[in-house]
Design a protein around this ligand. Structure first.
Ligand code: SAH
Length: 351
């Protein structure tokens, strides 16, 4: 595979352009084209000779949409293909105020969570910052002009980003950080860090590192249990990092950024959503500047875990609220198109 041009920052692009004997303003044209989701070849303001020089070194099409699935509720799910043929998936959720895109940070995942389809075949490789960014550039270009209230000259379609696709973002820390810098950079797609949520299974040392970067994004931790033993049954990473240490890292994050944090709690029948678990969750999180997102388990056919009933899910939510926690039950969208992490790719590879 050749190099990925979207990995370069604006300053690095400028250097590259100069080193190829071109005038500095070409960097601006190149950067603008790339940020509009164009391939190198499609940027008409650049000479063919210059583009050919770039193409000796860089992939032309960093990522392409191999297939799109449309849900009856408007949600779109993409199967993305990278230059080396690897596949990941992404989801676009449409809200009145803007579009939220869920992006992947790795091909596969090595965390081994028992309910998750992304991890079925382990980690294949990390995505580079430019490959993560390109998922957004592409989808943004596909939906250009659909959101009128965006800032700046080119109103963006994608206004919010969640790092909740396949992969563990903090297991690909350096590239994810570079991505966060590039996606928020002025002059690019420029998505505000406040509109970005990073979800982690709780890799504690990297949570501290992220806090020290001082990026005001929404930090979300996949909790899914209230004690380490139960958690380790569904999330092997719990053997390495204890809930108490995760909470300390969250506290540090809050001190550093002033941002409250989030917990994801997937309701698994017979495992973590009875009255005793609600009580334990209230005990654990009471008084902390956090919000709990309850998620209905999206049953994965390769896994045996079962979802809980809607009635039980609302009862669980009610118990958290009664205990004084700020909590919501996540609306289920895109279920008819294989909404859960890694389901689409797993299905595709299976066929
Ligand atoms: N690796 C990161 C981000 C990717 S998963 C993390 O663990 O947080 C995003 C969220 O979806 C996590 O909370 C994850 O636990 C949850 N998830 C994965 N598969 C699921 C499924 N089949 N049903 C419900 N939630 C799932």
């Amino acid at each position: 595979m050749k190099k990925i041009i979207q990995d370069l920052s604006y300053a690095e692009l400028e250097e590259k352009v100069l080193s190829l004997g071109e005038k500095k303003f070409r960097a601006k044209q190149l950067y603008e084209g790339l940020m509009q989701g164009k391939t190198i070849r499609a940027i008409t303001s650049l000479s063919n000779a210059f583009k050919e020089k770039l193409l000796e070194e860089y992939e032309d099409e960093t990522v392409r949409v191999k297939e799109t699935f449309y849900s009856s509720d408007g949600t779109e799910k993409y199967l993305f293909e990278f230059a080396d043929g690897n596949l990941v998936e992404g989801v676009l959720m449409k809200y009145k105020y803007g579009y939220t895109q869920c992006v992947s940070t790795q091909v596969g995942c090595r965390m081994g969570c028992k309910f998750c389809a992304s991890t079925l075949n382990g980690l294949i490789r990390n995505l580079s910052s430019g490959e993560i960014l390109s998922q957004i550039l592409l989808v943004n270009a596909l939906h250009k002009g659909e959101i009128k209230s965006g800032q700046g000259a080119q109103a963006r379609a994608v206004t919010n980003v969640v790092l909740m696709g396949s992969g563990e973002p903090l297991d690909n820390y350096d590239e994810v950080l570079r991505f966060l810098r590039s996606v928020t950079a002025e002059g690019g797609v420029q998505i505000s860090a406040r509109n970005i949520s990073l979800s982690t299974c709780g890799i504690v040392p990297k949570m501290y590192a992220l806090a020290d970067e001082g990026i005001p994004l929404n930090l979300t931790v996949s909790l899914h249990a209230t004690d380490d033993e139960t958690r380790a049954r569904v999330m092997p990473v719990a053997k390495a990092y204890k809930i108490a240490d995760i909470l300390k890292a969250c506290k540090y994050y809050f001190q550093k950024t002033g941002r409250r944090y989030y917990f994801e709690y997937t309701l698994i029948d017979g495992e973590n959503c009875d009255e005793e678990h609600a009580k334990a969750l209230v005990e654990l999180l009471k008084g902390l500047p956090c919000h709990v997102n309850l998620i209905r388990l999206n049953e994965v056919k390769e896994r045996t875990l079962k979802a809980t009933s809607d009635k039980a899910a609302y009862r669980f939510l009610g118990m958290l609220e009664k205990g004084g926690l700020s909590a919501t039950l996540r609306r289920q969208i895109g279920v008819d198109i294989g909404g859960a992490c890694g389901q689409l790719r797993a299905q595709y590879l299976g066929e």
